[in-house]
Every structure is written in structure tokens, then in C-alpha cells.
Design a protein around this ligand. Structure first.
Ligand code: PHE
Length: 455
């Protein structure tokens, strides 16, 4: 009885909202392309080995990320509901699998807490750039970044970001996200290409390009491999029910295999161009590639200051970046919102408002911990901001991804039919899900929780 009720409810809620085919692909690319590509990818690449790290990231993306991406979307479409409902339905009513929903929500809140902070920074930089204040002489871009993040303004910008995100989620799936992504994705690419041209022609750019493109394997260590895997989860928005939830709004006629390739290609392309923008600039301005979370915010203004109409291009760039962050934030927020709607039968409006407020509150400590009043509180050498990132990217998301691989590989027998795969591609997919991905994820997981010590 209970099972039937649950199945019935989920179908009722979801049938109101569906993506169009193109809208789905663009929105899923909108989810995967975001701060992960432009902000996080360059600084982790800088820190963990440059080109060799990039290569590892590509390998992880292909052999672990893409199979899990397809699996998540397949579970969402087959189970017709949020993470909890889909696992519950497809496992024949197991409450243990249903508990995955709670894990996704916890992960979504934690990601949102620092993601919205960085997204808020991009809004501040948009305003600073359009007004020209960013380019005033006096202090370096590094000092400017540090003086901004050490104050209270980041909390305000984070709040504005949450307000926008919540505002669109209130309107639902088809109420604007699709149209928005159609303009954003190509627009962002054009600006990035302009910037790439500028940064590649700066003096000393070659050194930066070779740091990013010429692998030096001696720079790699076990940690680089594991960070590359964790980042492939983050970048493809995996392991926290987000692609699964989007999958539940997809039509039966959509090819999920093609969608997977398009999303994977899009994500990689944006990461590649981001690297070709950031590293030549970093080297040209004598910045350190391992600078950390502020890297993009220190390097990009330097590139803009060298261009005619730099304030305009800079403003436009940060605005597009804010929007890219925003389309990712939408997909993160949709996870707890869809859960609340189903679990407590709340309206979309009520769920979106309450969850956004909660996300804002949970994010405040992160906003104040990058050099701000909570900056000195760093148990285990990590600030609150760092901990949120660490626990989500290297523990919770890989763990969520592991559950997806085990579920698709061993529990749900009809996954291949729903995914539309046959013959070799089906066999390869299932092999990656059953064997390769779980082994690699377990390695990341064990490393992350400190059970394995690398020397
Ligand atoms: N993939 C997004 C990015 O690269 C971040 C994200 C993580 C979005 C998890 C949704 C879920 O910026």
C-alpha cells in the first residue's frame, strides 16, 4: 500500500514538468558547466600537477564520470522521481535505497553553502569591473581579492545569489531555465574564446600554456589522481542526486547515451578553454599557479586590464560566469526542493522559499571563512569553506557515485533497457559500473577519510 502510494505520488508531481529534448541537454550542460570549470578546475590543476593532472582528469571523466552520469539520468527517468523516490521505486520499495535521498540533500546543502559564496564573488566582480573600480591602480589584484573576502560583503552577495536562484526555482522546470541556457552557453563560449586569444598573446604566455598542456608526470602523486577523480564528480554534477532529478523530467524518447556524450564533451571543452585563459595569464603576471581559491579572481582582472574596453569585457565575462554558476546552482537547489515537495507535499513555492533561506543561513560561515572573521578557525588546517568542499567533493559525492554504480551494476536489472544501450556499449557500460568505477571510487574514499596514508 505504502509503496503504491509513493509511486503514485511521484508520478503525479512529475507529470506536470518536462524538459524538451534540447532544453534538457542544455540545462544539463548548464548544470555541469559552472564554477567547477572556471574557478575550481584551474586552481586544482595548478596545485596538483598542471598538464599531467589535466590528463588524469580526462581519464577519470571518461571511465568513471560518464558511465555514472548515464546511470544517474537512467535511474531518474526509470524511477520517475527525486533521488529518494527513484531508488525506492526501482529497488522494489527498499527503504535503505530510499535513504539515498537524505544523503543527496545533505550533500546539496553543503555544496550550496560554499558554491553560492563563490557565485556571490562573481557578482561583486561583475559590478567592480563594469564600474572600473576593479582596475584602479594602487593595490595588486591579489590584495584586492583578499581585502574583499576578508570583510562582510561576501555574505550580502551570497544572499543575492540565493535570492535569484530561489526565485527561478519557484517558477519550475520549464518556466525559464531552458531559454536562459540557450543564450548563456554559446554566449559564454564566445567571450571565453576572445579572452583565450588575449591571454595566449600576452608576453610569457607560452610558459603557462606548456604548464597546462605538456604533461610532466613526475609532478603527480597519489593525491593528484584522487583529486582528479573527485573533481570529475564535481564537474559533472554527480553523486548527489542532481542529474538523477533532472533525468526524472526527461521524455521517454530522449537518447540518454547521446545526452551523456554531449554533456561530457561540453564540460571538457569549457575546462580546456578555461585553462588556456587562466594559465598563460598567471605565468605572464608572475602569479603562482598553486595560489588556491582566489586564482581565477586574481588572474582574470589582470588579463582584462590589458585589453581595450577591458572593463566592459571583464564585466560581461564575470556576469556570464555568475550566470553559469547560477544555472549550476539551480540544479543543486532543485535536489532538496523536489525532495521537500514530495516528502511533505509542500507547494513548489513554499519548498523553494524555505530551502533557499536555509541554504543562505548554512552558507554564512563559509562566506566568512575565506580570510574573514572565521578565517582563523581551521581545525585540521582547513577552514569551514575548505571543509565543505573537501567533504562534498572527496567524500560525499564519490560515496553517492558508488551507490549509483552498485545499484545500476548489481541491483536494478533493467537499467540497460531504460538507458537504450545494447551489445558492446551495454557490456562496456556495465563493466565500468560493476568493476572499474567502484574500485577507483573506493580508493578515493579510503584516501579521503584518511585510512590510507600515502608517503
Ligand atoms: N558541476 C558544477 C560546476 O562545475 C557544480 C555542481 C556540483 C553542480 C554538483 C551541481 C551539482 O560548477
Amino acid at each position: 500500500m505504502n509503496n503504491q502510494k509513493s509511486l503514485h505520488n511521484s508520478q503525479k508531481t512529475d507529470s506536470k514538468e518536462r524538459f524538451t529534448s534540447k532544453g534538457f541537454i542544455l540545462s544539463a550542460i548548464g548544470s555541469s558547466v559552472g564554477l567547477g570549470n572556471m574557478w575550481k578546475f584551474p586552481y586544482v590543476t595548478g596545485k596538483f600537477g598542471g598538464a599531467a593532472f589535466f590528463l588524469l582528469f580526462i581519464i577519470c571523466l571518461i571511465i568513471v564520470g560518464l558511465p555514472i552520469l548515464l546511470a544517474e539520468m537512467t535511474i531518474g527517468r526509470g524511477g520517475r522521481g527525486n533521488a529518494s523516490v527513484s531508488f525506492f521505486n526501482l529497488s522494489g520499495g527498499s527503504k535503505y535505497w530510499g535513504a539515498f535521498g537524505l544523503l543527496s540533500i545533505l550533500t546539496a546543502f553543503m555544496i550550496m553553502s560554499y558554491y553560492s559564496v563563490v557565485a556571490g564573488w562573481t557578482l561583486h566582480y561583475t559590478v567592480q569591473s563594469f564600474t572600473g573600480l576593479l582596475f584602479e591602480e594602487g593595490s595588486s589584484y591579489k590584495e584586492k581579492f583578499e581585502s574583499f573576502t576578508s570583510g562582510y560583503w561576501p555574505v550580502l552577495w551570497q544572499g543575492i545569489m540565493m535570492l535569484f536562484t530561489g526565485g527561478v526555482i519557484v517558477k519550475g522546470i520549464s518556466g525559464g531555465i531552458e531559454k536562459f541556457n540557450k543564450i548563456l552557453i554559446p554566449g559564454f563560449l564566445i567571450i571565453l574564446l576572445v579572452l583565450m586569444f588575449r591571454s595566449l598573446t600576452l608576453p610569457g604566455a607560452a610558459e603557462g600554456a606548456s604548464f597546462f598542456l605538456k604533461p610532466d608526470f613526475s609532478k603527480l602523486n597519489a593525491e593528484s589522481a584522487l583529486v582528479a577523480l573527485g573533481h570529475s564528480f564535481f564537474s559533472l554534477s554527480l553523486g548527489m542526486g542532481c542529474m538523477l532529478t533532472y533525468g526524472s523530467y526527461v521524455k521517454q524518447t530522449q537518447s540518454l547515451g547521446k545526452a551523456t556524450l554531449a554533456i561530457g564533451f561540453g564540460d571538457l571543452l569549457y575546462a580546456l578553454i578555461a585553462g588556456l585563459v587562466i594559465f598563460p595569464t598567471v605565468f605572464s603576471y608572475g602569479l603562482e599557479p598553486g595560489e588556491g581559491v582566489g586564482l581565477a579572481f586574481m588572474a582574470l582582472p589582470a588579463a582584462f586590464s590589458q585589453m581595450s574596453f577591458g572593463f566592459f569585457f571583464g564585466g560581461l565575462f564575470f556576469l556570464l560566469l555568475a550566470i553559469a554558476a547560477f544555472t549550476s546552482a539551480l540544479s543543486i537547489l532543485e535536489v532538496p526542493v523536489s525532495y521537500a515537495m514530495h516528502k511533505w507535499q509542500w507547494s513548489r513555492k513554499k519548498s523553494a522559499i524555505l530551502v533557499s533561506i536555509l541554504c543562505f543561513l548554512v552558507g554564512i560561515p563559509s562566506a566568512l571563512s575565506v580570510g574573514g572573521v572565521l578565517g582563523d578557525f581551521a581545525p585540521g588546517g582547513k577552514t569551514i569553506f575548505d571543509w565543505m568542499d573537501f567533504i562534498t567533493s572527496y567524500v560525499l559525492m564519490p560515496f553517492g557515485g558508488l551507490l549509483v554504480t552498485l545499484f545500476t551494476g548489481y541491483v536494478w536489472k533493467k537499467a540497460g533497457d531504460e538507458a537504450g544501450l545494447k551489445g558492446f556499449s551495454y557490456k562496456a557500460w556495465i563493466f565500468l559500473l560493476r568493476v572499474v568505477a567502484p574500485i577507483l571510487i573506493v580508493c578515493v574514499f579510503l584516501y579521503s577519510v584518511g585510512l590510507i596514508q600515502f608517503t
